[in-house]
Design a protein around this ligand. Structure first.
Ligand code: AHG
Ligand code: MN
Ligand code: MN
Ligand code: MN
Length: 334
């Protein structure tokens, strides 16, 4: 029985025994993410007061202008995980290549790797709109004690052990799953403690919100254009409401609570869409399925896709199950 107002620390300990190979390692890892989240939250809250908004001056591997907070969040998460020597490898949206972590005795026996989107929704930083962090955890496939390889990071999303996000919003929340449902914790900033505020989160089966960057309409495939027109049609419970923040974490979070669909399709200017399979789509798809929602590239479940590249992009349709199924019907010309 999940009690409300349990702290995240208590929750992690109470649920440790339910993990398949419980050695405490995963609990320690989630604790480290909890700590890094608090540090990043503290920095994000100061944006505008100290010089951490705006461009960092570099272009990242994704071809995007790196923001100062992208760099800061990336450094804080990586440093926290490295210092605690609890993972054997990390991959990040902001790093060209994956990072192999050696312990002080050079015999890293840790079995987990972490993939992160340290700061999601970069374009919202300068205008004080919600941003987030997304994380994903896998068990390595190469032998313990050896250097991690690309193979460890290119596992289908179905293999995830845990995934979650932090939304730095009107309040800061950490939402995560270890494959046994989804729970949300809200930060009490005065105490620096996350409390269980949203136990057993679930997407409504259907909803009234569609979230897509409609400015790209002319570039979308016909199936997406037709689905948008379907959402806008006056029939049954439609037209739906359009809501798009431009921060996947925030758009997803709202849609999970209220019922809705998020779409980032491919287009004539972005052959595979924009969102990254490893750092964005897989973790959100795992959370969505655990919350009785659905995530697809329009044709297949995101979690069944075998990644081929670290920074691979993929079209993304995610949210309330019936809405994603309807969008798939349009994509498949049914
Ligand atoms: P990031 O800030 O991590 O690079 O991710 C931005 C992503 C995602 O959060 C958001 O939904 C999407 O890009 C917005 O893209 P558009 O501005 O093209 O709509
Ligand atoms: Mn980015
Ligand atoms: Mn992102
Ligand atoms: Mn990012």
């Amino acid at each position: 029985m999940i009690k409300k107002n349990t702290t995240l620390g208590e929750f992690i300990i109470e649920n440790q025994s339910s993990f398949q190979y419980s050695s405490g390692e995963l609990s320690k890892l989630i604790n480290a993410i909890r700590l890094a989240a608090k540090v990043v939250n503290h920095e994000v809250n100061k944006a505008g007061l100290i010089d951490i908004i705006g461009n960092a001056g570099d272009i990242n591997i994704q071809g995007e202008d790196q923001q100062k907070l992208d760099v800061l969040a990336n450094d804080k998460f990586i440093q926290t995980l490295k210092n605690r020597e609890i993972v054997c490898g990390i991959a990040s949206e902001e790093e060209d290549d994956f990072i192999s972590i050696n312990s002080s005795d050079n015999k890293n026996q840790n079995k987990y790797i972490v993939l992160i989107d340290p700061l999601d929704g970069s374009s919202n930083i300068d205008v004080n709109v919600s941003v987030g962090t997304i994380f994903s955890i896998y068990r390595r496939v190469t032998p313990l004690g050896t250097t991690v390889t690309l193979e460890d990071f290119l596992q289908p999303g179905r293999e995830q052990i845990a995934a979650g996000y932090i939304v730095y919003g009107t309040s800061t929340m950490l939402v995560y799953t270890t494959g046994d449902g989804v729970n949300g914790f809200t930060l009490n900033p005065a105490l620096g403690t996350f409390y269980l505020s949203h136990p057993n989160m679930e997407f409504p089966e259907s909803g009234m919100i569609y979230s897509i960057n409609e400015g790209n309409y002319v570039h979308f495939p016909q199936g997406v254009k037709d689905y948008i027109k379907y959402c806008q049609k006056e029939e049954g419970d439609r037209p739906y409401t359009s809501r798009y923040i431009g921060s996947l974490v925030s758009d997803f979070h709202r849609n999970m609570i209220k019922g809705g669909i998020y779409l980032y399709p491919k287009s004539s200017v972005a052959a595979e869409g924009k969102l990254r399979l490893l750092y964005e789509c897989n973790p959100m798809a795992f959370i969505a399925e655990q919350a009785k929602g659905k995530a697809s590239d329009g044709f297949r479940a995101i979690l069944d896709i075998k990644p081929t590249e670290l920074h691979q992009r993929i079209p993304f349709f995610c949210g309330s199950r019936k809405m994603v199924e309807k969008a798939e019907e349009f994509m498949q010309g049914k």
